[in-house]
Design a protein around this ligand. Structure first.
Ligand code: SF4
Ligand code: SF4
Length: 326
């Protein structure tokens, strides 16, 4: 096979070069396409941290790439917005990784679905990433997301992030609740190799406690401020507010959230909507409009303070829905 040859067809970067470490399985992708309704391409089911045979991994993913090459679509990918026609390389390598196998957390958010997996056993991801680098299968620029659970409370996280930083691998995105400050995140932020997203979902200590079921509001904002101070670029430390109707959908709460961002030196934040509420009210345009107005309220407040406030996931979907309803 000519590895330098590029072929033009419809595919996505994850089908071509993805790797998704989930609880108890290695998958191809963590995203959900319109038609697959949550079914995933599972490469190694019942995975418990065994050494990965990369030849087998690429044999399986190449079968999927061939489906795309031949003009068809992998069933789990049908209707996905990430499919696009372009020239794809023939070579076997990975540049898009999602690490989502960690389960434990030091918070207990009322909307979190991880609680259902607390009885399951975590496997180590560090040896997998080390092996990937050793075999020269991890290529940069890469797009690596580390989520969880709360990544910073596992010892495997420090080792893994240290390894990625040492090998100058960028960009690594860490989804953390910032209850625990992490020196390797700090190191990555200073070098511009790491970016973080922290979802506080509140402006006041009372609401934080009500949502996260832990009293860490002040600690979290202190840590956010510390991270913001060391970041190489303004865009590396970003916060998030998930609107949970009935709990934090007040202008007072959003206004306090923007104020905390300003005090902490944050320049980028985003607003999302709690997923189960969105699914329930998906067709109720009046309700969606009220939520969107709250987003606009936060966006304007942010603008006044020099904070870019973006629509995230569900708010983006609402934005599109409202546009097309006129
Ligand atoms: S097409 Fe969509 S569902 Fe399929 S691998 Fe790509 S991002 Fe994931
Ligand atoms: S911080 Fe994240 S992982 Fe932890 S309980 Fe909240 S949503 Fe779940």
């Amino acid at each position: 096979m000519d590895y330098n040859r590029k072929e033009e067809y419809v595919s996505c970067n994850i089908i071509e070069h993805g790797f998704d470490a989930q609880i108890e399985s290695i998958n191809l992708c963590c995203r959900i396409s319109k038609e697959s309704l949550g079914s995933k391409v599972i490469i190694f089911p019942d995975y418990k941290g065994e050494k990965i045979n990369w030849d087998t991994f690429f044999r399986i993913t190449n079968k999927l790439r061939n489906i795309q090459r031949q003009g068809d679509t992998v069933p789990q990918c049908k209707g996905c917005i990430y499919l696009k026609k372009q020239k794809w390389e023939n070579e076997n390598y990975i540049n898009t990784i999602n690490i989502n196998n960690w389960i434990k957390c030091n918070a207990s958010c009322i909307y979190c679905d991880r609680k259902e997996s607390l009885h399951k056993k975590e496997y180590k991801i560090y040896p997998v990433i080390k092996d990937l680098i050793k075999n020269n299968y991890l290529r940069t620029p890469a797009d690596i997301t580390i989520a969880g659970g709360e990544p910073t409370i596992t010892s495997d996280f420090d080792k893994t992030l240290k390894l990625l930083i040492k090998n100058n691998i960028s960009t690594v995105r860490v989804l953390t609740n910032a209850i625990k400050y992490n020196k390797y995140i700090e190191k990555g932020l200073k070098k511009g190799l790491v970016n973080i997203l922290i979802s506080t979902d509140s402006g006041s200590r009372e609401t934080y406690k009500r949502i996260k079921l832990t009293d860490k509001h002040s600690v979290v904002w202190k840590n956010i401020k510390k991270y913001a101070k060391v970041q190489k670029e303004d865009s590396l430390v970003k916060t998030k507010y998930i609107i949970i109707p009935g709990i934090n959908n007040s202008k007072k709460e959003l206004s306090a959230f923007i104020e905390h961002n300003f005090d902490a030196g944050i320049k980028y934040t985003c607003i999302d909507l709690e997923i189960s509420f969105f699914i329930r009210e998906n067709q109720n345009l009046n309700v969606l409009k009220q939520i969107y107005d709250l987003f606009l309220y936060a966006k304007n407040l942010g603008n006044e303070k020099g904070i870019i406030t973006d629509a995230f996931d569900r708010i983006q979907l609402i934005e599109n829905k409202l546009k097309f309803s006129h």
